[in-house]
Write a protein that binds this ligand. Structure first.
Ligand code: DON
Length: 304
């Protein structure tokens, strides 16, 4: 039996004082306030055990990690119909890249790049009566935590500065791949990205992807086949133009966000969350990726 607490403490000790910490995101001005020294790890095992170290209990902006939660709700509504509007291929391009979208007639490469996530947001706006409230209710439900909330300052900050997302949404609209108003869909998308959670809450939210579709309260939200597909998309597309590198170094499905969080999971085993706000050139947490590489190497736990 591996002593996971000991392993994550070793990793935390090794990386906590490193001077190569990457750069905190500043294109969403509110995120630039984060301290680059923050670093936390939380692991939740399907047996119920958990362990944690460092800043695991400090809330941060989950940003693109929310795209997986939105996708899971959209799949629950639409099943396979969703794949008529968004593809499942890795893009090999940055998360906010636009030219492929035009070349490929408004069908985003996958649901985890921004354009794809905006289509998913459009689907949720169509299905949910009060989209922001209802989505929050869903996230609180699967996490078993009623305290989770949006950070409205972060949402407003991106609303004022998210010009590339406005461009993506308008391009989608021009190709008839957005059914609702651009402003309504983006308002929902910016709030979704502005969900604030700590490492423990995020591990709880993603528990169902490691637990065959059953959330922390043992409620079945997705079928085994849907879980398989979502985990496959995280593996191939969760890190944008660094998805290959993450699979190569870490070997787990996962998702990053520009708030510095990363969630990774081993089906039927565990969810592990890291938070370190400094990003590498591809927009993924620099130390988070290194920590997860060390984790799967030290424990020999990966899907490969
Ligand atoms: O749309 C955006 O640009 C942000 N709300 C989310 C981007 C993000 O987190 C990319 N992931 N690493």
């Amino acid at each position: 039996m591996i002593d996971f607490q000991n392993v994550i403490e070793e990793i935390h000790n090794d990386l906590k004082l490193t001077t190569q910490r990457g750069v905190v995101a500043s294109y969403i001005p509110e995120l630039a306030k984060q301290r680059n020294t923050s670093f936390g790890i939380y692991l939740k095992h399907v047996s119920g055990d958990n362990c944690h170290v460092g800043d695991w209990d400090k809330p941060f902006s989950i940003q693109s990690i929310s795209k997986v939660l939105a996708l899971s709700k959209a799949i629950a509504f639409e099943g396979n119909n969703i794949w008529k509007r968004v593809d499942v291929e890795p893009s090999g391009n940055p998360f906010n890249h636009l030219s492929l979208l035009e070349l490929e007639n408004g069908i985003p490469r996958n649901p985890l790049i921004n354009a794809g996530a905006i289509v998913v947001a459009d689907i949720l706006v169509t299905h949910l009566k009060n989209p922001k409230e209802d989505f929050l209710h869903y996230v609180r439900g699967i996490s078993g935590d009623q305290t989770i909330d949006y950070n409205l300052d972060v949402a407003t900050s991106e609303q004022r500065t998210g010009f590339k997302n406005y461009a993506a949404a308008n391009l989608l609209k021009s190709f008839n791949n957005l059914n609702n108003d651009v402003d309504v869909v983006l308002d929902f998308y910016f709030h979704q990205c502005a969900l604030e959670m700590n490492c423990e809450q995020l591990a709880n939210a993603f528990y169902l992807f490691s637990n065959r579709g059953k959330c922390v309260n043992n409620i079945q939200h997705l079928t085994l086949s849907q879980i398989k597909r979502i985990n496959a998309i995280m593996l191939t597309c969760g890190f944008y133009d660094e998805a290959g590198e993450f699979a190569f170094e870490v070997g787990l499905p996962g998702k990053s966000g520009v708030g510095g969080g990363i969630v990774a999971l081993l089906p039927n085993n565990f969810v592990i969350v890291t938070w370190a706000p400094g990003l590498n050139a591809k927009g993924n947490s620099l130390i988070g990726m290194q920590a997860l590489e060390q984790f799967t190497t030290k424990t020999n736990r990966s899907i490969f």
